[in-house]
Design a protein. Sequence first.
Lengths: 245, 437
Amino acid sequence: MSETWIILGATSSMAKAFARAVSEQGHGVLLAGRDMDDLKRTAADCVAYGAQTGEAVKFDARKRETFAPIYKKAIREDGMINVAVFVGSMPPQDDIDADPSLIEGTVIDSFSGPATFLQGIAPEMEQRGGGCVVGVGSVAGDRGRIGNYVYGAAKAGFATYLSGLRNRLTRAGGHVVTVKPGFVDTGMTWGIEGMFLVATPEKVAADILKAVRKKKNVIYTPFFWRYIMLIIRSIPEFIFKKMSI
Amino acid sequence: MRWKTADYAGWGRVHTATGELARPERASALDALLSEAPAPAIGMCRSYGDTSLNDGGRVIDMTRMDRILGFDEATGIIEVEGGCQIGELARIFAPRGWLPAVMPGTGFATVGGCIANDVHGKNHHGIGSFGQHVVSLTLLNGTKKQVIGPKRNAGLFKATVGGLGQTGVIATAKLQMIPCKGDVMMVTERRIEGWDDFLEALDNSDATYSVGWIDATAKGDALGRGILEEGETGAGLIPKPKKSRSVPFNAPSFALSKPIVRLFNKMYYGRVPKFGRTSVKPISEFFFPLDAIRNWNRLYGKRGFHQFQCVVPIEQAGALREILEKITHSGMASPLAVVKRMGAGRAGYMSFPMEGYTLAVDFPNRAGAEALIHMLEEMALVADGRLYLAKDSLAKGARIKPMYREHTKYVDEVAKADPDGNFITDIIRRLDLRSTK
């Protein structure tokens, strides 16, 4: 049966690859984000790739009034409603140090905005007796590091929220996948030095779809990041606090 | 937009470049780049030489601008972004009964690249070149955004198709696709015993798709022996293509030494039964046989390789035979040697095709290869033929310009479109293609 995927932050390359992948399976997609021109192009692309429906909708994590029209569109469709969250913002830590008020926006973009959105659609998912939420976090949320601890903290908050949502939706037949990508070859990482083991957005999208199919709870993509982060998490705090990685 | 400093290379890996790359993911970002810092566009860098290189300068990597923007099921017209890959279009649309009208030998080529090189495929004798199926395209140049086509700003269009990116960046294109019966190929392979038989077989073939593989090590009576492949699309069920494999590292130079190439060619020839055979293959296997091995260019080792491809008019078939003789006697050819009958179809001032026969041969980049290829260039020139710029990595402008009769028109259009030389790339500098001198 056909499903609908709401994709938040659909202008990112990871989200585009994911939207294509679910389109090839024939599902409908609602592409949500700010750049409407870009979203419309992606919607056309999704339809060409086989999506039953492809539509661009306005979404701004910082503007709650953009949420309701998306709910309305999704509810119109039959079948399960799924949500994939690819939003987030990562201002350089130096900028945040200079202007601490940037923290608020970072937390809204990466955590409270999407969490509010999900909270609003959860009852509908429960009522339909299933559906899947994919929340894309970051390995940065696994431990606070000097380089990006505000972004990391927001993603950690989001991961904890997803864990709770999983606990809730599972009872209604739904499922939540928490995705923690390592370095991915996107506009965000393009030309930044020190990148290694960089994965393509297509690889990440394929890993996410597999996790959805197998009902995995938390995945790292590519998989080896689980072990990298295991090591990083097991460094005792009294040593970690002196490191800069 | 952030710029990344990187080393990159043409497919033959003889030419390399170091420079800054921007990789826009949205139309707005691409527009901004063109108005702030215009630079030539590159795609998957499948051209063999230096058409996609700008050493010491900047380039715009178009590979993330790869969306399908519209498809009209009634007419088969598709609109795509410039970085969209041909193989992907074939994969998506063949099961629905449509194929890109022209497909080059690699599915990784982008639509922008196919236009800028006016590529041809195994059906050129019947349907012409890629540019002849471009309905219109959007060209970005500074803050200018122009929609051009064969009848809309025709001069600029002819300088853009086959024009090596010198008129601006191809942001989107509308292409006329052709109907196909499905996503499998009925392929007939036949042994051909010698050169004259080969040309005759090509002339007499009425297949939609045809291509000849030549054993470029066979001499004497066997000169020009090989296998003729003819294909038609069809409907049917066959296993999905095998997963692609990759060449993990540079092969040592003996991998393509004389005895090994001779042995390989002998086996490749013998693989097809004496009386030929017809088989059913996935579409990608017929059109893009080498794409199944990612990074196959590493087989030539770290010094890379050259491809020589020329076309000569029909009445100069004898000259092409002499070219092949020269190649077989040199003993330097790799197993990759291809002959094809071409039609007259071409869409740009600098388009490669002409009615006649084309021969393409790969040479590992070794001592002697350069001198041999220069000799072959001269032979092609004398035979009123021309070299394919998408493959060339060694020629000099003085030899190339006389081969392209409409070169002066190209120079005029390009001078108008890009007076500041924002889109100049390495091949333009090497061949001095923007001057008529």
